[in-house]
Design a binder for this molecule. Structure first.
Ligand code: CUA
Length: 304
């Protein structure tokens, strides 16, 4: 078994092994002694009690004090390591995480937004996170970190990758039909790779980029529910959406309408208004999108 080398995983694992180790020793010890007495003093051999003991000061003192000390060391060890998980080290790089139904978005100090969490190896990373809709939970098993994201509140967690690689991120709080789709990853890059990854962003910030519809779909996690290749996900596919007619339920009557600009804008801003038949009314409203972003998305969709 390869134990992880990153600091947060080591903090959690060492306490787990410590407590589990003591528990295992006690379990085995008590079981062995119990079995020994059960066999040795069985009734067929000793039908009557062989001695009468009313107390033993030293024995009782030892079995009271010793477990107390053991339990207190478990508390102390757990508490100090917990503080290590809570207190972000100096010089940590801060990345903002936003959870929404049903995707993660990571925002870098330079304004760059990504669906995967790219980090350099050897630098502590502080994640400041919130949710725009319901409770989600940011869970990275490889770093042994898990923290809820709460609407209207900021929570934080830190970790440091010590080896380059890809580490799973899950949502660990049931948040609706797309909960299982809230999977992404920490991409830990070597310092050189990270610098190379960072470079294009510096060029982009020099001239404000034209909003690109396809990229926005990706950033806001739309593609988690709407496929681009016609395959069936939670919501209707984007393939051919600009040339499609959809059947909607309006005031209890079916209506066949052409997908146009107005319909798409309405579908983003008030997704529960004109729902395409046979789909559940579960899309969260895109009221956090700017008008420019909606324009770019609609323009892109109409060309599909
Ligand atoms: Cu987000 Cu489960």
């Amino acid at each position: 078994m390869n134990l992880p080398t990153n600091p947060t995983a080591q903090a959690v694992d060492s306490v787990l092994i410590y407590i589990f180790g003591f528990s295992l020793i006690l379990l085995l010890g008590i079981t062995v002694v119990t079995l020994y007495f059960v066999i040795k003093y069985r009734r067929s051999k000793y039908p009557e009690p062989t001695s009468e003991v009313h107390g033993n000061f030293w024995l009782e003192t030892v079995w009271t004090v010793l477990p107390t000390i053991i339990v207190l060391t478990m508390f102390w060890y757990g508490w100090t390591n917990y503080l290590g998980l809570r207190n972000v080290p100096e010089g940590a790089m801060e990345i903002k995480a936003t959870a929404r139904m049903w995707s993660w978005q990571f925002e870098y100090p330079d304004g760059r937004k990504e669906r995967k969490l790219y980090v350099p190896v050897g630098t502590p990373i502080k994640i400041t996170m919130t949710s725009v809709d319901v409770l989600h939970s940011f869970f990275v098993p490889a770093f042994r970190i898990k923290r809820d994201t709460v609407p209207g509140m900021e929570s934080r967690v830190w970790f440091e990758a010590t080896e380059p690689g890809s580490y799973d991120i899950f949502c660990a709080e049931y948040c609706g039909v797309g909960h299982a789709d809230m999977m992404t990853s920490v991409e830990a890059l070597s310092v050189a790779d990270y610098a190379a990854w960072l470079k294009p962003a510096a060029e982009v910030t020099a001239a404000p980029p034209k909003l690109e519809g396809r990229q926005l779909l990706e950033e806001y996690g739309c593609l988690g529910c709407h496929s681009e290749d016609g395959s069936q996900l939670v919501g209707p596919s984007f393939k051919g959406i600009g040339q499609r007619k959809v059947r909607i339920d309006r005031d209890g009557t079916d209506e066949l309408i052409k997908v146009d600009r107005d319909y798409l804008i309405r579908a983003i801003k008030e997704p529960s208004a004109d729902i395409v038949e046979d789909y559940p009314p579960i899309m969260p409203a895109g009221d956090y999108l700017s008008d420019e972003e909606i324009d770019a998305i609609v323009e892109h969709l109409l060309k599909q």
